[in-house]
Design a protein around this ligand. Structure first.
Ligand code: IYR
Length: 227
């Protein structure tokens, strides 16, 4: 064993009966069946504590060598939200004007997306997720290597939207294209790359979602079993 390998007892899981496990798995499925990506947000405020808890949850995601290669910038400041909206809309106008290419734009039609991004100002919180391509030791200035960066950050984003949904908040995983402007506006270092904006808040009272998004692939398509 390496000298720096230490263990502690694992006490993390309660001992559910198979029946309890089935009920719990079904309850959780029912909860997640209600998650939709929404674009119509209410400006109703959200307690900072709820966002904090969700981001703490995101930080529990497994990551390559436990390096936790993520940084979350949490924005409720109205001026900053406006700046982000303005910059995102500049990029998105070009994207929808043709930069995306015909096929991509056609594929997006059923989702009804367009270059207007009012939710970036209306929603009470924007969480900008950055991947850290490496880290820098604060004391020595040495580079700290990160591993499986995209996978790790993807997992953290999954935990984050799940935690927000569980708290009763709507979410949108928004990827303005390109999104380098986020690093500049938010003053993040060069070794960090913006991955997505997780927009969160209460849904608007008249919120609607695209019918297309209800089409989820069947289990017999998404799975193969060897039993
Ligand atoms: N970034 C654009 C376009 C867009 C792309 C995909 I792939 C989507 O699933 C949804 C939107 C936008 O946010 O409108």
């Amino acid at each position: 064993m390496p000298a720096n390998y230490k263990v502690v007892p694992f006490l993390g899981l309660p001992n559910y009966s198979p029946a309890e496990m089935e009920t719990r798995s079904d309850d959780f499925l029912q909860l997640m069946l209600g998650r939709r990506t929404i674009r119509d947000f209410s400006s109703k405020p959200v307690e900072r504590e709820i966002i904090e808890n969700a981001v703490r949850t995101a930080g529990l995601a497994p990551s390559g060598a436990n390096r936790q290669p993520w940084h979350f910038v949490i924005i409720s400041n109205p001026e900053l939200k406006r700046k982000i909206r303005d910059a995102a809309e500049v990029e998105e106008k070009e994207f929808y004007a043709g930069k995306a290419g015909q096929q991509w734009l056609k594929d997006l039609e059923p989702l009804g997306t367009d270059p207007d991004k009012p939710f970036l100002e209306i929603a009470p919180y924007l969480i900008v997720v950055f991947q850290q391509n490496y880290d820098v030791d604060q004391e020595t200035g040495d580079k700290i290597k990160h591993y499986y960066i995209q996978e790790s950050v993807g997992l953290a984003c999954g935990f984050l939207i799940t935690a927000l949904h569980n708290a009763g908040l709507g979410t949108l995983t928004h990827t303005p294209s390109p999104m380098g402007f986020l690093r500049d506006i938010l003053g993040r270092p060069k070794h960090e790359k913006p991955v997505m904006i997780i927009v969160t808040g209460h849904p608007a009272e008249d919120a609607s979602v695209p019918e297309e998004a209800l089409n989820k692939k069947d289990l017999d398509v998404t799975t193969s079993w060897f039993e």
